[in-house]
Unconditional design. Structure first.
Length: 120
């Protein structure tokens, strides 16, 4: 990666910090082949995960849905039947509601979640 790319990453990091204002947590994700080393200059910590999860949404909801396992499709239908709604968060209350669900999901026994919980 050249000096131009480093300058772009530097501008991105500074812009994220400015946009975050008083937020205590800003997460940035990248692929292993594209490390964001510039961000460490601004106090960002680096943590590697076991792999990258990427879901191509350009194919449309029905196409993606039909590729899910039978159990996952059943779970999604059950969630819809029970009034679960998925939408883009636009307020801090939306985020806090999501984070509450996330914390409860982490505590279910069917999985082992690595990483620590960030207190809000």
């Amino acid at each position: 990666m050249g000096a131009g790319f480093e300058a772009v990453l530097d501008a991105l990091a500074r812009g994220l910090i400015e946009a975050a204002g008083s937020s205590s947590l800003v997460s940035v994700f990248s692929w292993r082949w594209n490390p964001l080393g510039v961000f460490s200059r601004y106090g960002f910590r680096h943590r590697s995960f076991e792999g990258d999860v990427v879901l191509d949404l350009t194919r449309g909801a029905e196409s993606v849905f039909h590729e899910f396992s039978k159990n996952r499709r059943r779970d999604i239908r059950l969630a819809i039947k029970n009034g679960v709604e998925v939408f883009e968060a636009s307020t801090s209350e939306d985020f806090l509601a999501y984070y509450d669900v996330y914390l409860r999901w982490r505590q279910t026994a069917r999985k082992s979640v690595q990483g620590s919980v960030v207190p809000l």
